[in-house]
Design a protein around this ligand. Structure first.
Ligand SMILES: Cc1ncc(COP(=O)(O)O)c(C=O)c1O
Length: 391
């Protein structure tokens, strides 16, 4: 029996509502920052990935404004037609130096970059093995690739070894650097040192580590490029710590050359806006001039963990800016998120399919410009709400 599209979609949407998994867009007014306004309500923002608070940084905005009439607004075409500007090229060179990678290319977003990596580099005779908690864009990319696709238990070396078994032409091991919903990190150096990784490629999606992790903010691959530039591929995004938009892939010359020739999500799409390229360039330069930004963020993360532990909040083993609080079912998580909102705090309420069933969580993110009193206020409010729930 045939149905109309709206009948089928209504049914699916009703199911989403019934499972308490329906999501809503909230419109923010003004700049991204630690204090934001949503529908007239002032909120302390603990939900953004703008870890260094660069998206609304006045000095970065002024620098971008100064060059805007030279840069212009749009790229006008794909990189291979006429969309690749001086700003894109300067950003690639700056990223190569910053990371210490042989070559870098740009993508319009991280989803596209991941799609390009796994569908272009691996073909039918090949194997892709991914951490089970990798970002959805990597899991989708693995499914869309013609290669055999396997997953190993989260951060479990033994499970990875098992999944590497068998004869394949090429093998790619794929992991998030900092995991987006758990905040813990892959031990990339350990993976590279495994004898089973000999002749295999390691692909790291460090969307949440790039710009904040490591002594210089290179992320989880900092210091590994000199010895592993042929084996390592890094995907990083500009929409999080760098306060801009877009993404890059860093790797060997041959990997970048092949992606530029064969990756359909690179070839058949308009190049990233030069404004985003310029903003990212300015952000990386500012980060190099302000190493204290990284320590300030680390201090805030440590303070949050100290305050939360003092209140007995059930923290997860994360040292990153992502500090989730496991709640369980959808209804309890939604209620907690809503009550926090009523009291002036904005945190991410994360439910399936983003996380497994019964692992709904509040995804609290700590940023550089949060003050200790703001963090303390959040922790005390949370502790009171959780205690009330138990009564
Ligand atoms: C780990 C990870 N990879 C990739 C992406 C996708 O990046 P983008 O937002 O630039 O598409 C995200 C988030 O959006 C992410 O958290």
């Amino acid at each position: 029996m045939s149905h109309s599209l709206s009948q089928v979609l209504q049914q699916r949407l009703q199911q989403r509502h019934a499972q308490q998994q329906y999501r809503q867009v909230a419109t923010r007014s003004g700049l991204q920052g630690t204090q934001v306004t949503v529908a007239g309500q002032a909120l302390l923002n603990f939900s953004s990935n703008d870890y260094l608070n660069l998206a609304g940084n006045p000095s970065l905005i002024a620098k971008v404004q100064q060059q805007l009439s030279y840069t212009g607004l749009g790229s006008g075409a794909s990189h291979l037609i006429c969309g690749h500007s001086e700003e894109h090229e300067a950003l690639c060179e700056r990223l190569q130096n910053f990371i210490g990678a042989p070559r870098v290319m740009l993508f319009s977003c991280g989803y596209m970059a991941n799609l390009a990596l796994l569908t272009t580099l691996f073909e039918r005779a090949d194997l892709i093995v991914q951490d089970k908690l990798n970002h959805a864009s990597l899991i989708d990319a693995g499914r869309f690739s013609d290669a055999t696709h396997r997953r190993f238990r989260h951060l479990d070396n033994e499970s990875l070894r098992q999944q590497l078994r068998g004869e394949f032409r090429l093998t790619g091991v794929v992991t998030d650097g900092v995991f987006s919903m758990d905040g813990d990190s892959a031990n990339v150096a350990q993976y590279l040192a495994m004898p089973e990784m000999n002749n295999k490629t390691l692909i790291v999606d460090d969307a949440h580590g790039f710009g904040v992790v490591g002594h210089r903010g290179v992320g989880v691959t900092e210091g590994l490029w000199q010895d592993h530039s042929e084996q390592l591929i890094l995907m990083g995004t500009f929409g999080k710590a760098l306060g801009s938009a877009g993404a890059f892939v860093a790797g060997s010359a041959v990997v970048i050359d092949a992606l530029q020739q064969f990756a359909r999500p690179y070839v058949y799409t308009t190049a990233l806006s030069p404004v985003a390229a310029l903003t990212t360039l300015v952000a990386i330069e500012s980060l190099s001039d302000h190493p204290q930004w990284l320590t300030q963020l680390q201090q805030n993360i440590a303070y949050f963990r100290y305050a939360a532990e003092s209140e007995g909040l059930p923290l997860m083993p994360s040292t990153s800016a992502i500090q989730p609080l496991l709640v369980g079912d959808e209804s309890s998580c939604l209620t907690l998120g809503e009550k926090l909102r009523q009291q002036g705090f904005w945190v991410g309420v994360i439910r399936p399919p983003t996380v497994p069933q019964n692992q709904c969580r509040l995804r609290i993110t700590i940023t550089r410009e949060h003050t200790e009193p703001q963090i303390k206020q959040l922790v005390t409010t949370l502790a009171k709400l959780i205690a009330k729930n138990k009564d």
